[in-house]
Design a protein around this ligand. Structure first.
Ligand code: KG4
Ligand code: ZN
Length: 329
């Protein structure tokens, strides 16, 4: 069975074709560069870029997969959460295709789609329950996943998302956008405790706005003293990344322990982080297994949407009605 996946929740316009769980194509055009000078995603720019690119992305995804539109059996699309205008472009595109092709369509949560990444291409065996961890630019959430239609939230950020803080700190320090890969590239473990930064925690809820403010104040202070050199920036962001990764790791391990979950599935843009991946993997034991999204599937893409859509349709008999509306939250 061929599934077409469509993802437009933020700044990536993406289409993918799967044959069952095998990824035949996964094409993404990002409007990232258009947002760079603003230091964050501008919703209107993202929406317009989706409108401009979606036809082309679909064409390329079908071409790469070597199939025609008529061969598609199911259309899966992100309908939540994300930027309202951006979601509407993908959702309406999916509905129009479903009506024209007379094929079923299914709207999926982009967040749960991130948790499907390790299972594509049958890389890992899908077994429940597991602790789901989504760490992205818009969300930082922990779930108990008994099935993909039976998900319970265990903890979340009370303010900024983890990736958002990477982006805001990089913007404040003039390092570029998106901040995650830049800071990841600057990280040097030698400097991880040069500055004592802390993230907030209450149970399994997290808070990242305090550490963001601490880094911004530090920048202002050092700038006044004319001490904000590249070397100091490297030391600061290394200490920041260390504090973030260790807090995430501790929270994840405690949640897994409390809820008796031995498999931990992690996805979302921030799980591309080299130090975080290394720390998670180092903490595997006979009781704990980490299933990390493959690197090229950590950020937003349509293959994860198609995979989750196919699973829910095929295994759970779920499909969406044509009146399905986009939900930004
Ligand atoms: O999942 P994603 O593509 O989009 C959302 O659903 O939000 O995540 C994007 C976020 C951005 O904030 C970006 O800075 C962050 O993921 N990111 C990283 C890395 N690569 C991307 N954060 C830390 N380290 C990275 N290597
Ligand atoms: Zn995402």
């Amino acid at each position: 069975m061929y599934t077409l996946g469509i993802e437009t929740s933020c700044d990536e316009t993406s289409c993918s074709v799967l044959k069952n769980y095998k990824v035949l194509s996964n094409v993404t055009i990002s409007s990232l560069k258009e947002h760079a000078r603003f230091g964050g995603v501008v919703p209107e720019i993202a929406t317009r870029a989706h409108l401009e690119n979606i036809d082309k992305v679909l064409y390329l995804a079908l071409r790469d997969a070597g199939i025609s539109l008529k061969q598609i059996d199911l259309i899966a699309v992100t309908y939540k959460p994300g930027l309202m205008g951006a979601l509407v472009v993908g959702l309406n595109f999916a509905k129009a295709l479903a009506l024209a092709l007379k094929k079923p369509f299914i709207g999926v949560s982009h967040l749960y789609a991130h948790l499907f990444a390790p299972f594509l291409n049958a890389a890992e065996k899908l077994k429940f329950p597991f602790l789901g961890v989504v760490i992205s630019g818009g969300h930082t959430e922990l779930y108990r996943v008994d099935d993909f239609n039976k998900v319970k939230i265990l903890g979340q950020t009370r303010d900024d998302a983890c990736g958002e803080v990477y982006d805001k700190i990089a913007k404040a320090y003039g390092l570029g956008y998106p901040g995650g890969p830049v800071i990841d590239g600057m990280f040097n473990a030698r400097y991880k405790e040069d500055f004592k930064f802390k993230c907030g925690r209450a149970g399994f809820d997290l808070s990242f706005s305090g550490i963001k403010t601490a880094l911004i104040y530090k920048k202002i202070e050092l700038e006044k003293k004319r001490q904000l050199t590249r070397d100091i920036k490297i030391r600061l962001v290394s200490s920041f990344q260390y504090a973030v990764a260790e807090t995430l790791l501790a929270t994840i391990l405690e949640a897994a322990n409390k809820y008796g979950l031995k498999r931990i599935v992690c996805g979302g843009g921030v799980t591309a982080n080299q130090y975080l991946r290394q720390r998670l993997k180092m903490n595997e034991s006979k009781d704990i297994t980490f299933l990390l999204a493959p690197l090229k599937l950590t950020c937003d893409n349509a293959a994860i949407v198609a995979g989750l859509g196919f699973y829910l349709y095929n295994k759970k008999g779920i499909k969406s009605v044509i009146g399905l509306e986009a939900e930004p939250n």
